[in-house]
Design a protein around this ligand. Structure first.
Ligand code: GLY
Length: 360
């Protein structure tokens, strides 16, 4: 078993992350150990419930099954979860457990953070994306018709329990959406201020094993990504500065998702397209040379991400302006400035339109 710790200094709080590939029964015992003496509400993805509900063996009266898809991360389901917790008479001493991908974790975490002003929250991520990114760091929230994650909170889980056996039943597209975030970490890793790892080499050397879902390789991959993420989050929990680098590819990526109604592209596909856009912008701005952009394109193709057709420039800019990463009068981008190194840049609407021409 791999154990990592997240130590948020500003909030004087820390929690463990356990990564292993034990059988699911052992995971179940660990969960029950964590919630011993507490009442609990489990929010679980429909697919995960179908495949693992029996083995996990939660009391069905304490389970809220959430349909799969980004569209479910909405006010209606947030309210339903809170009402269910109220009906069950959960108290401040009790817990909400998320079992699923990023949608389940974000939604259940937001409910946990606001129920009675905050109750214990346990993350059991079952997709690669949730394992390498969304289950750690405390971002919770829901989407609105104005944009993604516009309502939410920073609320750290009590523990994150990762079991890579869940990844065996992920479909290829779900695996790839997680790989979109993994590739992101490779392009920002030097800026994460965590010296111990070399994700770029790991991705070059283990490409086949990753796609074969070799559990040992996936455990190591998750450990590297989470070590990078933890290093950033510990220094800047609330995204006042350094944490913004984790949004590499996300300004444009979120707009792609929004413009296509969260249906056409997965989050990872949209983020990779956002990174492509960022590389293009960085070349036009003279921050990097074309060789680095070609190298990045090779990485995207190796990890089977094909380019997404372009969108109307004005529409994209208007959508990016609504993103919560935008600040008064400017749209913020994380751009590459050197190999595996990024920085934050601000553009006015006009500057962005000029940089883009009509070729967004
Ligand atoms: N997924 C980006 C972050 O957690 O900050």
């Amino acid at each position: 078993m791999i154990e990592l710790a997240v130590n948020i200094k500003s909030g004087d709080l820390s929690y463990p992350i356990y990564i292993n590939n034990n059988n699911i029964e052992e995971l179940k015992s660990e969960v029950f150990r964590q919630i011993s003496g507490k009442k609990y509400l489990v929010v679980i993805s429909e697919k995960v419930n179908r495949l693992y509900g029996k083995i996990l063996g939660f009391n069905s009266e304490r389970v809220f099954v959430l349909k799969d898809g980004e569209k479910e991360k909405n006010f209606k389901n947030y309210r339903k979860i809170l009402e269910r917790a109220l009906k069950m008479q959960l108290t401040r001493k009790d817990a909400i457990i998320a079992v699923g991908g990023g949608v389940v974790g974000d939604l259940a975490g937001f409910a946990a953070s606001t129920y009675m002003r905050g109750i214990d929250f346990i993350q059991i991520p079952t997709t690669l994306l949730a394992c390498v990114d969304s289950s750690v760091g405390g971002k919770t929230g829901i989407d609105t018709s104005f944009g993604k994650n516009l309502v939410g909170s920073f609320y750290q889980p009590k523990v994150v329990l990762i079991n890579t056996n869940f990844l065996k039943t992920l479909d290829e597209r779900q695996l790839k959406t997680g790989l979109g975030e993994v590739v992101k970490y490779a392009f920002i890793e030097k800026s994460c201020k965590c010296e111990d790892f070399n994700l770029t080499n790991f991705l070059n050397e283990n490409f086949e094993k990753i796609f074969e879902r070799d559990t040992k390789t996936l455990n190591e991959l998750i450990k590297i990504c989470l070590s990078l993420k933890t290093s950033v989050v510990e220094k800047d929990e609330k995204e006042g500065g350094l944490r913004r680098i984790l949004n590499f590819g996300h300004t444009y990526g979120h707009a792609v998702e929004k413009i296509t109604n969260y249906k056409k592209y997965t989050h990872g596909e949209a983020v990779v397209e956002g990174m492509r856009f960022a590389f293009g912008l960085a070349v036009k701005k003279g921050l990097i040379d074309k060789n680095y952009q070609f190298y990045a394109e090779d990485v995207f193709k190796k990890y089977r991400f094909m380019p997404i057709p372009s969108f109307n420039t004005d529409k994209m800019i208007q959508t990016m302006k609504l993103d919560k990463k935008a600040s008064s009068g400017s749209i913020n981008f994380v751009l590459p400035v050197d190999y595996s190194t990024v920085d934050i840049f601000h553009f006015t609407e006009q500057e962005l339109a000029e940089f883009c021409g009509k070729a967004l």
